[in-house]
Write a protein that binds this ligand. Structure first.
Ligand code: 9MR
Ligand code: 9MR
Length: 854
């Protein structure tokens, strides 16, 4: 970085305890969080001087061996300076050994012109320095910078009470919301719903025109006035152009004199999003190099947290003082979010949604299992014979298992709630350069049940690919569940949020339900069935209007009980409960200006709201999968439209997607806004989204008074609106996969029916008779029947057909004499299979790829 420092005389600078009284004392404060009460944001620093809040001050460990003052900087950007206005700049600072630093108010970008650049000599005792100046710059891109480089030896710089008073009140933040016609900036499926929202004062119905890329009008219509939308406090009208089904790119919608961002209409619309939203998880991997060959050079980085200096974890990690006296190897897993903590409760839901999107393809008629198969993702394990989405989930399952308290220790079988830095690191912070000590935090019942649930789900899904791993997962799940029963109320402390998030939760009845459900679906055992059916969640309302998240897991349990094949006695009631929730969501969407099936309490938005929106989409998608009712599919897809730009801010909340995507996500490595040599978040990364709680200094300073759905700012400092997180991207990935599957159009059903009957069994196996009936009007010749085993079933042999098992999927081709099935005729075959655990009959059979009734 090149800095042109204009060195001012010492005049105006006073050292000592008391600040000079000045007429700027009551003037507007331009520095945010100058006393570090809100942590480190929005302050940033160069990688060679990592800083943290210590005893209420910001302290940086400054590396030695640099030449220039500006080789190490602590700074804050986006400072507004007004030409001709006078300012008072003050701060309190100290140094571990006497040093002279430069305290600057300057331009953040070339030519970095300084208004003040004061050589300031610091000592061990904190001293307050004050200087005044009159700005000669007019900018909103000013910077306060402490240039602390240039020393041979490392030292510690501490600063507090940084203030820059004067000028005008910082200008009110005005989001650029672009054209008032709001569409999904990515586009629409030819056979799917196509709806848009116009923000307008007009009360009479507006005419609209759909234009193709050449500007030719291809469709016209009239919008429906919707009135005031409380989420944005704006008046709206709705456009429905679902009737237009041609394919193409570069379409625009025009209404009320405004033209939307361009969008596509194509069946493959969501294919890239399906893989990019999953690639996010590879990017977030800890304990392995992120390879340029898979992600490109911008995103490649060395392994983080493999105990290579300066990293202090995660291979041999102690507990927080007093928590335990053993150490654990907890390498691997995914970093949670913009921070580099690893939290079992959040790892749980994210893993469940990756496993779940794969498991869905075994039962959902409109799904394409191959799209999630081996070789579909940019992961190191591609082409290992295991579907890549399962490889990605395994990366986290291995980590989660390592968090379990070893046998022989107090609380054996319980799971440590989390592992993270002892102090919060700031931004940017490359994982491999994090020098903080890492610590295990106490075990919790919630974490233990998260492991029990996902290990049990993993056990059934991995059975066809890796029996040893599957058995190990099931053992882990059983141990965890038993430990949770023995210690049912060990809660993470809400106060435990130094250096990492708390993820506290004192209601674990939903986690108990979830773990029991997954264990039941995997084993079929009565003890787990009883725990499921006796849980208050089994018949309670688990699908809230505000969606589910990391601390409300009963919905995931219910969705799996509704879809994964099992002998659950009240399975039909469970499936009906998903449909009735979906009916309610459809009604909410019908009343909403953005067709959004989301109604948070009091209309307020909250931390991570985008994932709750998408999770309501997940419930609707499952309702569609089990019923075929396209009203559910359409309401589900509206949640994807919303995150892709059809929203009050006209912002695509998914990096790299749409015309106006988020760029400055809160992330310690994708911290381009703070350090231009670092990348922005990779395509497919989802922002947390609107949060009317304004829980970070940037949001608090810039968004006061915002309408709930507009409480969002694309600034790296706004961690309460603009962070990424594994549990948010897992919701996006689930929905992207569902949406991509819808691009293939309506399945051709009603042409076949299958009867699958177990006709004999022995200790570890069974015999099945399968009858395929042609219910269509044409003969089927050269047929192929496929289905997926839900659990550990393994095909041994078959009669009257050739059957081959690959992974979970069995593909059957007829004996030569049975090649043709005439309309109304039935072809039969038998097979034998081995198994352990529950061996439920598959519920979805496809004849030549098309779903049959069963
Ligand atoms: O940077 C942190 C971010 O990754 C977390 O999501 C967020 C919530 O736990 O916290 C951020 O860190 C802030 C912390 O919560 C409070 N102190 C200030 C931290 C940022 O400087
Ligand atoms: O997603 C979490 C949200 O529900 C909480 O309100 C918030 C504050 O506790 O924390 C969120 O989780 C953050 C976690 O604490 C630390 N890593 C980043 C997570 C996403 O911001």
């Amino acid at each position: 970085m090149l800095i042109t420092a204009l060195v001012l005389p010492f005049a105006g600078l006073t050292g000592g305890g008391a600040a000079t009284a000045s007429d700027t004392a009551d003037a507007a404060e331009q520095v945010l969080n100058g006393n570090f009460d809100a942590g480190t944001a929005p302050w940033w620093w160069t990688a060679n001087s990592p800083a943290a809040v210590v005893d209420g001050r910001l302290c940086a460990e400054v590396a030695g061996g640099t030449s220039n003052a500006w080789d190490a900087i602590i700074g804050q950007n986006a400072i507004t300076l007004v030409d001709g206005e006078s300012y008072e700049f003050s701060f309190t600072a100290s140094a571990s050994a006497p040093r002279t630093v430069l305290a600057n108010v300057q331009l953040a970008d070339p030519p970095y012109t300084a208004q003040v650049s004061t050589p300031t000599t610091l000592g061990a005792e904190p001293r307050t320095f004050t200087t005044t100046f009159t700005s000669t710059a007019e900018t909103s891109a000013g910077q306060v910078a402490f240039q602390i480089g240039g020393g041979a030896e490392p030292w510690t710089f501490c600063v507090d009470d940084v203030s820059l008073r004067g000028g005008a009140e910082p200008p009110a933040y005005e989001p650029d919301t672009g054209p008032r016609v709001r569409v999904s900036q990515v586009g629409y499926l030819p056979t799917g719903p196509k709806r848009a929202t116009v923000v307008t004062g007009a009360t009479a119905p507006l005419g609209w025109e759909l234009k193709d890329a050449s500007g030719a009008v291809v469709e016209t219509g009239t919008a429906s006035p919707h009135g005031l939308d409380p989420s944005s406090r704006q008046s709206t009208q709705l456009i429905d152009f679902s009737g237009f089904t041609a394919h193409g790119s570069g379409y625009t919608l025009t209404a009320d004199g405004e033209t939307s961002h361009p969008f596509d209409i194509t069946p493959g619309l969501y294919d890239a999003l399906r893989s990019d939203s999953l690639a996010f998880f590879y990017h977030q991997r800890s304990g392995t190099p992120i390879e340029a060959s898979l992600v490109g050079t911008d995103y490649a980085r060395p392994a983080g947290h493999l105990q290579v200096a300066p990293n202090q974890g995660d291979v041999d990690v102690p507990c927080q003082p007093g928590v335990c006296d053993y150490r654990l190897d907890v390498r691997g897993g995914w970093y949670d979010a913009g921070d580099q903590g690893k939290y079992v409760v959040n790892g749980g839901i994210a893993t469940a949604q990756l496993l779940g999107q794969f498991e869905r393809t075994k039962t959902a008629p409109v799904s394409y299992p191959d799209a999630l198969g081996d070789g579909t993702l940019r992961v190191p394990e591609r082409n290992n014979g295991v579907p890549d989405v399962l490889d990605e989930a395994r990366w986290e399952l291995e980590f989660l298992s390592r968090m379990q308290v070893p046998a022989g220790q107090p609380l054996a079988g319980m799971v440590h709630h989390k592992i993270h830095d002892a102090q919060w690191t700031g931004l940017p912070q490359r994982p491999e350069l994090d020098a903080q000590p890492r610590e295990l935090h106490p075990p919790s019942t919630a974490a233990t049940l998260n492991l029990a649930a996902v290990a049990a789900q993993g056990a059934r899904l991995f059975a066809p690919y890796d029996g040893v791993f599957s058995d190990r997962l099931l053992e882990t799940a059983r141990t965890a569940y038993a430990a949770a029963l023995a210690h049912p109320d060990v809660y993470a402390s809400p106060a435990d949020s130094t250096g990492g998030g708390a993820y506290d939760d004192t209601n674990v009845s939903d986690e108990f339900y979830w773990a029991a459900a997954e264990l039941y679906l995997t084993t079929g055992e009565n003890a787990f069935l009883n725990a499921v059916t006796s849980s208050p969640h089994h018949t309670g309302d688990v699908f809230g209007d505000a969606g589910f998240s990391w601390n409300s897991l009963a919905a995931i349990a219910r969705l799996d009980l509704a879809t994964v094949p099992s002998s659950l006695p009240d399975r039909e009631a469970v499936r009906a409960s998903v449909r009735s929730a979906a009916n309610r969501y459809v009604a909410i969407a019908e009343a909403d200006a953005w067709d959004l099936p989301f109604a948070p309490a009091g209309g307020e938005t909250f931390w991570g709201s985008n994932s709750n929106v998408l999770n309501n989409g997940v419930v609707l998608a499952v309702a569609y999968d089990i019923s075929g009712d396209t009203r559910y599919r359409d309401a589900a897809l509206a949640t994807v439209d919303y995150v892709l730009g059809r929203n009050p801010l006209n912002k695509s909340y998914v990096a790299g997607y749409g015309e106006a995507p988020v760029r400055n996500l809160h992330h310690r490595f994708w911290a381009n806004q703070n350090d231009p040599s670092l990348p922005i978040a990779p395509p497919g990364s989802l922002a947390g989204g609107p949060n009317s709680g304004l829980q970070d200094p940037i949001a608090a300073a810039k968004l006061a008074g915002c309408a709930p759905a507009m409480c969002f700012i694309d600034d790296i400092g706004s961690y309460s609106t603009n962070e990424v997180a594994i549990n948010w991207n897992s919701a996006l990935a689930w929905m992207a996969s569902f949406a991509a599957d819808q691009g293939g159009g309506e399945p051709v059903s009603g042409r076949c029916s299958v009867s699958y009957q177990q006709v004999g069994s022995w200790k570890d196996g069974f015999v099945v008779r399968v009858a395929v009936t042609n219910t269509g009007v044409r003969a089927v010749t050269g047929w192929r029947l496929s289905f997926a085993f839900a659990g550990a079933q393994r095909l041994l042999d078959s009669w009257d057909a050739t059957s081959v098992q690959s992974g979970a999927t069995v593909t059957v081709t007829p004996a030569p004499r049975a090649r043709t099935i005439r309309p109304g005729a039935t072809s039969e075959f038998w097979f034998r299979a081995e198994t352990s655990g529950a061996a439920p009959a598959p519920t979805l059979f496809r004849l030549n790829g098309n779903p049959c009734t069963s």
